[in-house]
Design a binder for this molecule. Structure first.
Ligand code: CO
Length: 147
């Protein structure tokens, strides 16, 4: 397994704008981007904290996982994401060790990443996201509207 670092911590929020009052305005963290990830039906704001990112996640209409989380547990830490060099290889290796990823094939994440998850039942209570940065041929990170 080739874990490159802690990519981000995901925080489920009901309203992005309200959460930004604390994280951007009062804590003064730099807002890197706000993005709608249509495949995941969420809006995501990314704030830089040193070399890692806080990711505020607001579910959009029709989204279920984050919405259920908010209903059950309220706002709070939703997942942590470890960045790997090769997601397919990492998931294959985890499968050989008996773990079952949430998706059969990787999903498109925010900021030009592909992602998969391991469920909290298998990870000592943490929804664990694995992501791989996918570079576009021309200009590095694809998608992601920079603010
Ligand atoms: Co994430």
């Amino acid at each position: 397994m080739n874990i490159e670092g802690l990519d981000h911590i995901g925080i489920a929020v009901r309203r992005l704008d309200e959460a930004l009052t604390l994280y951007r305005d009062h804590l003064g963290l730099e807002l890197k981007s706000i993005e709608t990830v249509s495949e995941m039906k969420v809006r995501v704001a990314k704030l830089a904290v040193g070399s890692t990112i806080l990711e505020l996640i607001e579910p959009l209409a029709g989204e279920e996982a984050t919405r259920k989380f908010l209903e059950k547990r309220g706002e709070g830490i939703h997942h942590i994401c470890l960045r790997v060099k090769d997601l397919d290889q990492a998931v294959a290796e985890l499968k050989t060790k008996g773990y079952q990823p949430v998706y059969d094939t990787p999903h498109r994440g925010s900021g030009g990443t592909k992602v998969n998850f391991l469920r909290p039942a298998n990870t000592h209570g943490v929804l664990l996201e694995l992501c791989q940065l996918v570079l576009s041929k021309a200009e590095g990170r694809v998608e992601g509207k920079t603010v």
